[in-house]
Design a protein. Structure first.
Length: 408
């Protein structure tokens, strides 16, 4: 019996699909801790939002620096070794929190976070395109959205569990030790690395893979001659600026508006991330029947509308709009990612490495912090508004091009 072209994955790829999908949970957890860590260091070290934004800047700078090298590594040694390399760096960076804590300086922690960022780059550069290949081409976008849903689950566990641990005390001095969650995470990640070191994962081959490996930088030059890829890259960067900045700013925003305590804010962002996760599961199901570009367009309109409502600064409305935004943005990263990779064939691995530079958009939180420190807590949302507007333009172009091709 043949696999249905609309099935999520093919039978021969079920095991690797499950294993790779488990990684999405892990880096979701690692990235979401930053949103709690940001506020924790402000409380404990008495630093400003702008200063604490260096947490995001340092971590996501690792993505920018390591994206191309990780892509070259995966091109040469394959997806499995790329995953193992990423897990080793991830685990090492987590365990570095022990000596960093002994040093007692904010900047020491930044060094450990940079190593973690480099590890996450390897993981995401390998896992995102690999998932799109593990089944029928027709459901590639739906499949990536499904796997990315577990990213949202990891985010929820991080903001709730770590948030309650770090904000458990009545004063900053009574709060939990940040070393504990990182050591637990580091040990767990290294154990997973051992599993992947011995498991067999099928490598997806393309007809001209050997030529692609020998062409080196030629792959990158060929990518820049692909207008849709360039637009998709810009849209993905814009999305990352918006999404990461909102997550990083969320607790600062709701506490700065005096709507709730740090602990309550951690609970609320967990609820928002639950909505985010549900949005990805539902979006994955819908996109098995609805064109991904149309779904992206509808969601982009929703995010732009939500940001405008947040900027309206109406008590109650702003918070509801901010939480609703998590539903609309849920499908954006995997959908933009897979649509940008569509039809690239042997250039897929190189394209993926370039796309994985886009989390450097998390540095946009630095700009939000600077605006907040020098104006008010509402104005920084202009940054994600612009980001979602760019995604809207990308989605509109895809829908328009699709209609033109259909008429032709």
């Amino acid at each position: 019996m043949k696999d249905n072209k609309n099935s999520l994955t093919s039978r021969q790829y079920v095991v690797p699909f499950v294993l790779i999908t488990s990684l999405f949970f892990m880096w979701g957890f690692a990235r979401a801790i930053l949103d709690v860590l940001n506020k924790h260091f402000q409380n404990v070290l008495d630093i400003t939002i702008t200063q604490s934004a260096l947490i995001q800047v340092t971590t996501y700078l690792g993505y920018f620096i390591m994206a191309i090298p990780s892509g070259m590594f995966i091109n040469r040694f394959g997806y499995r070794r790329g995953v193992v390399a990423g897990l080793l760096l991830f685990g090492l960076g987590s365990l570095l929190f022990v000596p960093c804590s002994a040093m007692g300086t904010f900047y020491a922690f930044l060094a450990a976070l940079f190593v973690i960022g480099c590890g996450l780059t390897f993981l995401e550069t390998a896992a995102n395109p690999y998932v799109t290949e593990l089944g029928p081409k027709a459901t590639a976008t739906s499949r990536l959205n499904f796997s990315q849903s577990f990213n949202g689950l990891g985010c929820m566990f991080a903001t709730f569990g770590v948030g309650q641990f770090l904000f458990s005390g009545s004063t900053p001095d009574d709060s939990g030790n940040v070393v504990v969650p990182y050591v637990i995470m580091g040990v767990f990640v290294l154990l997973i690395a051992v599993v992947f070191a011995f498991v067999k994962l099928p490598e997806i081959r393309h007809a001209d893979d050997d030529a692609a490996r020998s062409s080196g930088d030629g792959n990158l030059r060929r990518l820049w001659r692909q207008p849709l890829f360039v637009f998709g890259l810009a849209a993905l960067l814009a999305y990352e600026v918006a999404e990461i900045s909102i997550n990083s700013y969320f607790i600062n925003f709701v506490t700065g508006q005096h709507w709730m305590t740090d602990s309550a804010a951690a609970n609320v962002i967990t609820a928002a991330l639950f909505i985010f996760m549900i949005g990805r599961f539902v979006g994955s199901f819908i996109m098995r029947r609805v064109a991904a570009e149309k779904m992206l367009l509808v969601c982009a309109v929703g995010t732009v509308a939500c940001m405008l409502l947040v900027l309206a600064d109406i008590e109650g409305v702003s918070l509801c709009a901010l939480i609703a935004n998590y539903l609309f943005e849920a499908i954006m990263f995997p959908t933009i990612f897979s649509l940008t990779l569509r039809g690239l064939g042997t250039l897929t691995k190189s394209a993926s490495s370039v796309l994985m530079m886009t989390p450097v958009g998390g540095c946009g939180f630095l700009l939000m912090g600077m605006i907040a420190d020098n104006s008010n807590f509402i104005m920084p949302f202009v940054i994600p508004l612009v980001g979602f507007a760019i995604v809207l333009l990308f989605a509109a172009k895809l829908v328009r091009d699709g209609r033109a091709a259909h008429k032709a």
